[in-house]
Write a protein that binds this ligand. Structure first.
Ligand code: FAD
Ligand code: ZN
Length: 229
């Protein structure tokens, strides 16, 4: 109760399975007394491209554009574009970040990747020698909740897709852990398009149930071994 949750949501259709998972999270967490904010990226027409437009005013070096350097400098002088400042404020206030999306090409949809690229700016999310356990977004939790087209067998160790943890490595370790954010077990709904209506309902109930005891969970031990052992 009293916790702040930011859900970053990447699906175009509210009636989708992802839309249902989002609705469940908003309802259940609100019911618990959490304050829930949703960044509905497609509805916001969130800009995924990392460009010059993210810096307001003069560039640090206008001779040769370097996105990382320019956003870092802009962050320090309060010169990032308004949409980025707003997202950073939501992240700053949140105790828990939930990412809700369908798996696209073993990764997140471009619009969500663009959110990562643009919002988690140097100086804000990490800094020189402030990364991983020393990252700047400490005391926050993250949870990747996503759906797949492939079934669980395909994403098991002997399966054609390999262990699903390989997919989680860049997102959980490369992004969240890098910024100092702790990682809860992912929540994966396999192949909602291909299972029975009964199984779909079961998966949705499973998400509600998980959320009920979420705040008692311990983060995973996010290290190379967790992914590749
Ligand atoms: P939906 O089609 O919206 O939902 C499935 C079904 O659930 C629908 O019939 C819907 O009506 C129903 N439903 C919704 N709400 C409820 C409810 N409350 N109760 C009961 N039923 C409900 N998959 C992979 O595995 N690996 C990949 O690398 C991959 N790459 C992709 C790349 C692209 C560009 C695209 C477009 C897809 C890719 N996929 C991949 C597949 C993708 O991950 C799945 O299509 C997606 O995860 C399905 O989720 P959804 O929310 O869109 O499903
Ligand atoms: Zn890690």
């Amino acid at each position: 109760a009293g916790k702040k949750v930011l859900i970053v949501y990447a699906h175009q259709e509210p009636k989708s399975f992802n839309g249902s998972l989002l609705k469940i999270a908003v309802e259940e967490l609100t019911k618990q007394g959490c304050s829930v904010t949703v960044s509905d990226l497609y509805a916001m027409q969130f800009e995924p491209r990392a460009t010059r437009n993210d810096i307001v005013g003069r560039l640090h070096n206008s001779e040769a554009f370097n996105y990382g350097v320019e956003t870092w400098e802009a962050y320090k002088r309060g010169g990032l574009s308004k949409d980025l400042v707003e997202e950073q404020k939501k992240v700053q206030e949140a105790d828990l970040l939930i990412f809700q999306f369908p798996l696209f090409w073993f990764s997140m949809p471009a619009i969500l990747k663009g959110w990562m690229d643009r919002v988690l700016v140097q100086g804000f999310a990490y800094d020189l020698s402030k990364s991983y356990d020393g990252g700047l977004l400490q005391d926050k939790l993250s949870l990747f909740s996503f759906t797949t087209g492939g079934n669980k067998e395909m994403y098991s160790n002997g399966g054609i897709g390999g262990d699903i943890r390989y997919v989680l490595w860049p997102m959980q370790h490369g992004i969240m852990h890098f910024c100092g954010v702790k990682v809860l077990e992912p929540h994966i709904c396999y192949a909602p398009e291909n299972v029975s209506e009964e199984k779909r309902k079961e998966m949705l109930t499973g998400w509600t149930q998980r959320l009920k005891t979420l705040w008692k969970e311990e983060p995973i031990n996010c290290s190379p071994e967790w992914y590749f052992k």
